[in-house]
Write a protein that binds this ligand. Structure first.
Ligand SMILES: [Zn+2]
Length: 480
């Protein structure tokens, strides 16, 4: 109880400290949900109306907030970032006039660098015996239709956001967000620890001890440590200098050189720690912003499920993982896959991509998380928190908050070629599995959300299946 009061106080202090900070989820729930759709008939459609613009969704509002805040922290090196931004905008608009000119200038000084860049972006072969004009011209023709590799996209993302994100991570707001997240994580870890100790299949061959050790020592947050920030500042220093000295006119930084230099600087061992997560706007600062609320149902429903899902990946690991944890895996996955597939069918999802063997680990992590986070919320806050939105109860708020963070465009909602099921499928499958959802919204047994429940899938706790998933290889006997 003591831990909680301190936590709540600090959250309150946070919200007051940032006057222009709003509780994004609260505003969304007050203004956007579609009351014409019955939550018991299609919860996703109820929370995420069909005519909702992408710019109005919670993830987009969080990004907008982050970008506004991050801009305040841009240093004098912002000029370099702005210039890179112009080039990257060309990539989105698929016209490459500026890049072609830059490529031509670089080529005059260092042809192999130009050839290398053109090949990386277009994934076509360029030949050294061509003239620089020919190389640049061909690049200009091929680039608009090129599909960028994951690596190329990563480099572009760091070039575009990296400098700003480093500045932001030094801000007071970022430090507060880190603090909030750390506190939540510590409280939630206790719940995980307790639940794991009650789970028979986890106790098999001291699995519980193994997990507890994992939670204690190996699962870390995506926090940006001072060393990581310093290491990244060095990267950007080097980047700026080297990209300025590779064109005939060495006062203007070159995008081509910056791209190639960043690629070199961040190759394998040269990476400043393994914290590329810091450049993923999806997992870091943006979601931390969800901690800026003093309402526990929204904190647990929104932010809690983000971190819960990530934590459950360690718990619900798949056969593809190299980790030893997989040998403790329960066979509840069949039940989970069956549920997601049935929900997909019921709600018209793209069932080649949702509720399949490919999405199994994500689906299982989702279900493990929503149960575990709810049970922690129920124990600590459900009965002593008053709702601050008229027409929404405290229990409903938890489910609303979770679903509100998932609204997206229709393609992503129904499922695309990804390890995740579509968001609509994820939300509705999880709700049908939660008896607490049925109770909170008083759904009839024959309502669509409840009808689509296949069977109850228990992953942890005393009623979880005790058999383990079958593996072709036996677990190593050492270190377990
Ligand atoms: Zn995941």
């Amino acid at each position: 109880m003591f831990g909680f009061s301190v936590f709540l106080l600090s959250l309150l202090a946070t919200t007051t400290a940032c006057n222009d900070t709003e509780d994004v989820v609260k505003t969304f729930l007050q203004t956007k949900i579609d009351r014409n759709v019955d939550p018991c008939s299609d919860f996703y459609a109820h929370v995420c109306p069909v005519n909702l613009l992408i710019a109005e969704t919670v993830p987009s509002l969080l990004s907008q907030f982050y970008i506004r805040e991050a801009k305040k922290f841009q240093s004098e090196r912002g000029e370099f970032t702005e210039l890179m931004q112009e080039y990257i905008d060309e990539f989105s608009s698929r016209s490459f006039r500026k890049t072609v000119n830059d490529l031509l200038e670089v080529c005059d000084v260092d042809k192999s660098k130009a050839v290398d860049f053109a090949s990386t972006i277009t994934q076509e072969s360029f030949y050294m015996n061509k003239t620089c004009e020919e190389i640049s011209y061909e690049f200009g023709i091929l680039a608009p239709n090129a599909t960028l590799t994951y690596e190329a996209r990563r480099i572009l993302k760091v070039l575009k956001n990296g400098r700003r994100e480093i500045e932001f991570s030094k801000s007071e707001l970022a430090q507060l967000l880190n603090k909030n997240e750390k506190k939540f994580f510590e409280i939630f870890k206790d719940e995980v620890r307790n639940t794991f100790s009650e789970t028979p299949w986890l106790n098999y061959r001291n699995g519980t001890d193994f997990y507890l050790d994992f939670l204690k020592n190996r699962l870390s947050l995506l926090e940006k440590s001072q060393e990581v920030i310093r290491a990244w500042e060095m990267v950007f220093e080097k980047l700026k200098v080297s990209s300025q000295h590779c064109k005939p006119n060495n006062t203007i930084p070159s995008f081509v050189c910056a791209f190639k230099e960043l690629e070199n600087l961040t190759k394998d061992g040269a990476r400043p720690a393994s914290e590329f997560g810091m450049f993923g706007l999806d997992l870091n600062a943006v979601n931390y912003i969800l901690t800026l609320t003093d309402n526990m149902a929204r904190l647990y429903g929104g932010y809690g499920n983000v971190i819960g899902h990530e934590m459950m990946h360690t718990f619900y690991s798949s056969a593809g993982d190299t980790d030893l944890l997989k040998y403790y895996f329960t066979n509840s996955s069949q039940c989970v896959t069956k549920q997601f597939a049935a929900t997909c069918k019921e709600f018209g999802g793209n069932c080649i991509f949702s509720g399949t063997a490919t999405t199994e680990e994500e689906d299982g992590s989702d279900l493990a998380a929503i149960r575990l986070v709810y049970s922690d919320f129920e124990k600590r806050h459900l009965h002593n928190e008053k709702s601050d939105i008229e027409g929404i109860t405290t229990a409903q708020m938890y489910f609303y908050s979770f679903a509100s963070t998932t609204c997206t465009d229709i393609v992503e909602a129904l499922g695309m070629d990804d390890v995740h099921s579509g968001w609509k499928i994820r939300v509705n499958a999880l709700m049908s599995q939660m008896d607490e959802f049925k109770e909170a919204f008083q759904c009839a047994g024959d309502s669509r959300m409840i009808r689509s429940k296949v069977e109850h899938c228990s992953i942890f706790g005393s009623d979880a299946p005790q058999t383990r998933k079958h593996f072709n290889s036996a677990p190593p006997t050492e270190n377990i």
